[in-house]
Design a protein around this ligand. Structure first.
Ligand code: 4NP
Length: 146
């Protein structure tokens, strides 16, 4: 079973969305994955995903209501096969805390591009984030499902 951790800044918008999208798409395709998400920051620990992300995700059939924010930890590098950052800042923080010699694949979810932070923007930003996440998760499932 492949274990995947998505990481953003607050763990209330982008990475919880990615978690919900991967869980649903993997289930519908019969691919075994363990999926979780975390934030580099700790401000929202214990909180459910942002209302705007929950609503936008639910419209597409992804129920994020059981998810709660947590902060990423160095132990995550022992637990997960893939640690996928939403943007360059998240990736830099992860590289700073990664234990030397860890075996996880650590990269940005979109490769070269960032998933933009929608927190201070409008509803459109959440739709754009979900569009990006759905495309990236399809590609990820091609990689880990084969
Ligand atoms: P996320 O969005 O990293 O996609 O969860 C944010 C959520 C909260 C904050 C920043 C970004 N914040 O500053 O509280």
């Amino acid at each position: 079973m492949t274990r995947v951790l998505f990481v953003c800044l607050g763990n209330i918008c982008r990475s919880p969305g990615a978690e919900g999208v991967l869980r649903a798409k993997a289930k519908s395709r019969g691919i075994a994955v363990a999926v979780d998400s975390a934030g580099t920051g700790g401000w929202h620990v214990g909180d459910p995903p942002d209302d705007r992300m929950r609503a936008a995700a639910l419209d597409r059939g992804y129920d994020l209501s059981a998810q709660r924010a947590r902060q990423v930890s160095p132990d995550d590098f022992e637990t997960f096969d893939y640690i996928l950052a939403m943007d360059a800042s998240n990736l830099a923080t992860l590289k700073d805390i990664a234990p030397p010699g860890h075996g996880a694949v650590l990269r940005k979810l979109l490769g070269k591009d960032d998933v933009p932070d929608p927190y201070y923007g409008g509803e459109d930003g959440f739709e754009h984030v979900l569009d990006l996440l759905e495309g990236a998760v399809d590609e990820l499932l091609e990689e880990i499902g084969s």
